[in-house]
Design a protein around this ligand. Structure first.
Ligand SMILES: Cc1cc2nc3c(=O)[nH]c(=O)nc-3n(C[C@H](O)[C@H](O)[C@H](O)COP(=O)(O)O)c2cc1C
Length: 186
């Protein structure tokens, strides 16, 4: 009788452990996924877009700041010697950024916003991608631009950082419905 009870208890504990393990490995629902918006802006457009995205997603905002701010002369793309042109021509350049006041390990989803510079992401974004541990996170890039589409930056990001989990990016501004469809992957 005693042995029977012990066996019953062992079976019950094993079943509980199995249930617990199964629920622990189940994919998180959209509500359980924690999101954050990390963005770089020079003249404010991407900041505005990031704030609108925050309204839709409820995600907190973190601005990437270069240690050495970009001056008007730095972003003169007509000048071949300007900082932005040099950073475009020499893709190994990584402008230093200020430390982020946030623990990214707490987030599963990172929205990464930037203005398109020279048809792609600015070098500041590459500094961020090189220094932050984004392994396994769902990454949603977004941009603002005069006219360049997001697809060009999607291509450079995926080529430059192939081990990261990229979703197709979105050029903002976009409607709330477009943003929601984007996040759902539709
Ligand atoms: C250095 C530089 C390069 C740019 N290159 C492009 C480009 O290739 N294509 C484009 O459509 N817009 C380009 N733009 C325009 C910006 O992407 C656009 O104004 C953007 O919304 C600015 O965002 P921000 O206000 O957040 O800095 C460029 C702007 C700068 C300063």
């Amino acid at each position: 009788m005693k042995i029977k009870n012990i066996i019953k208890s062992v079976v019950a504990i094993a079943a509980m452990a199995l249930c617990f393990n199964l629920s622990a490995t189940e994919p998180k629902t959209e509500k359980e996924m924690k999101s954050i918006i990390v963005y770089f802006t020079h003249s404010g457009n991407t900041e505005l877009a990031a704030k609108k995205l925050a309204e839709v997603t409820g995600a907190p905002l973190v601005r990437l700041l270069p240690v050495e701010p970009y001056t008007a002369a730095d972003v003169d793309w007509v000048n071949e010697q300007s900082r932005c042109t040099q950073e475009h021509l020499n893709q190994t350049l990584r402008p230093a950024i200020k430390p982020l006041d946030v623990d990214l390990s707490q987030y599963d989803t990172v929205f990464i916003g930037f203005p398109i510079w020279w048809h792609e992401e600015p070098a500041v974004i590459r500094t961020f991608l090189d220094t932050a541990d984004l392994t396994g996170k769902e990454l949603y890039p977004f941009c603002t631009s005069y006219e360049s589409p997001m697809s060009e930056a999607d291509a450079t990001l995926q080529k430059g950082y192939p081990s990261l989990k990229w979703h197709t990016g979105l050029r903002l501004p976009a409607s709330k419905e477009q943003v929601e469809r984007w996040i759902k992957g539709q």
